[in-house]
Design a protein around this ligand. Structure first.
Ligand SMILES: [Zn+2]
Ligand SMILES: [Zn+2]
Length: 154
């Protein structure tokens, strides 16, 4: 499987807009949300990215814990935070999406840049998802209690 995760580099405008806006009108955006969800799937765990999200030099994104898993299995002798045991001083692993080799310094995956834009998008997406679900439940409850169940087929 080959996930082409093509996020453009974060722009200041998008980052600030993402931080300040509340849940907007979400009706009629089902397809958009589905496409968006595909962009937010980690190629390693195949779930939505879990924070913190890091961005590789090849512009692909990974959960930091997934990047760490790959990195640890590629460099079994490398141990984070114990500089004494790091003889070479660097480790490397390959991007699971494009096989680009990523070279890490002694900070390991903690030295990689976080992708705050993706983290913001995930936050907003989760908010939208939960408010959509709540709205549906509220509608059903109201319907059942007030109208005696107009949502059911008569
Ligand atoms: Zn992951
Ligand atoms: Zn890549």
């Amino acid at each position: 499987m080959n996930f082409a995760l093509g996020f453009k580099p974060p722009t200041a405008a998008a980052a600030t807009a993402a931080g300040s806006s509340g849940p907007g009108p979400g009706s009629g955006s089902g397809a958009t949300m589905e496409n968006l969800e595909k962009q937010l799937i980690c190629p390693v765990c195949l779930e939505m990215f879990s924070k913190p999200v890091i961005i590789l030099p090849c512009q692909h994104n990974l959960c930091r814990k997934c990047a760490n898993d790959i990195f640890q299995s590629a460099n079994p002798l490398w141990q984070s935070r114990s500089a004494a045991s790091v003889a070479a001083g660097s480790g490397r692993f390959r991007c699971p999406s494009c096989r680009h080799e990523v070279v890490l310094d002694r900070h390991g995956v903690y030295g990689l840049q976080r992708n705050l834009l993706v983290e913001n998008i995930i936050d907003i997406y989760r908010q939208q998802e939960s408010s959509r679900r709540v709205n549906q439940q509220v509608k059903l409850l109201l319907c059942a209690s007030i109208n005696g169940g107009c949502c059911k087929n008569k």
